[in-house]
Design a protein around this ligand. Sequence first.
Ligand SMILES: *Cc1c(COP(=O)(O)O)cnc(C)c1O
Length: 372
Amino acid sequence: MFADIAERPIVDAASGVLTIDLTALAANYRLLQARLAPARTAGVVKADAYGLGAARVAPTLYAAGCRDFFVAHLGEALKLRPLLAPHARLYVLNGLQPGAEAACAAAGIVPVLNSLEQLDNWAGLARARGITLPALLQFDSGMCRLGLEPQEAEALAADPARLAGVEILHVMSHLACADEPDNAQNAAQLAAFERLAALFPQATPCFANSGGSFLGPAYAGSLARPGIALYGGAPIGGRPNPMAPVVRLDVPVIQTRTVPAGARIGYGGRFVAPTQMRLATVAAGYADGLPRHLTDHGAAFLGDTRLPFVGRVSMDSIILDISALPPDALKLGSLVEIVGPHQTLEDVAEASGTIAYEILTRLGARYHRVYR
Ligand SMILES: *Cc1c(COP(=O)(O)O)cnc(C)c1O
């Protein structure tokens, strides 16, 4: 996979080539599906499928058997709706904003109801029209982010008339520490969720994200919601990553030079060349989603050779120390690897002081995108 990328000339004078392997994406979906069965496996495609392009990712997942898709906002769902078959289900994680009910219903999109107010608004529309509207009902099982509090869930269970007009397809909750299998909060959240879910026996559970999909069958529920693992991210921290890489990022060299000892490199002149050095400037920077925090920590690769970033990461460029390479190994237009076989998303995230999710979702709009 990706073997020929380094030989390809830079396309469209872009800041880099972002290669997205849709075959690996589909393989990751099938791996999760096999793991989670008999639960169904949804695809979380919020934030433009974690930056990879929901318009390409969602139909690929559909072709791999996925029928359930989660986004964060109604606007994301409305964009995706025409690209998916009518029987594919689209859910909005962040809930239903007041006034958005009619648009949500008209597009056949399923909201996650996170509060009693949202439930009342959705049920109100259903009753006013004499129809039944579907929803997911989220409980807060211990993350304090979204969903009904336990007392609210109990009050609702005691007053089922409040649900009239709404068909709860699944009860849902979200794990705060699923990437840490030894964290006791996982079992505590599962227990809290199971207790509340039992109050709504007509609805089956939707619980696991990527990490939760690897915590064991008790976490799978009847509909799992992995995101990052589909895109090749490690579902569990500090363990071998079972997912196939989906993303590769290569950036082109736009200039090379040799500088003497004492040369001040990059903004602020803060990196001083300790000896004579050979440098290459590449065409991507923090405006392309390569965090400025990679200054002093980041590197590119040419084959197996690590090329450290020197000087500050600029908006549109980064300077590499290429002294370790044979002369003429890099020329104008040569591509070097930022994410790929020598450097995983997790490696770049760690060097950036962040997580793979943030690196992915910030991938720049200036890259030339190649889908395979
Ligand atoms: C983003 C999100 C997911 C997907 O999480 P991953 O860790 O990427 O698998 C699932 N559920 C909810 C509520 C989310 O916000």
